[in-house]
Design a protein. Sequence first.
Length: 93
Amino acid sequence: MHTVITNLSSLWEVVLAALIFGAGVPAVFAYAVRWWANAETVDAEGRVQRNYPALAGALICLILIVIVVISGILFTAKAFIAHQFGIHLFGQA
């Protein structure tokens, strides 16, 4: 019974990670695409009007996505990097 309680108490951590990485990152990417599409509009006379706050929001989201992807790759390869190069990332001993 102790094992079941321990597993259930750790379940919220797994659910939180799944929500952040499984649904959160694609949602941020969707916001980036939406804001990028609204960054430039063409009026009736054919002039391009730029929406700089939308462009800035899209770029911030895309930079966040790149940081998350690079962090995930480094977290996955942390033991290899520690062994081959002596660089200890994420507390790898």
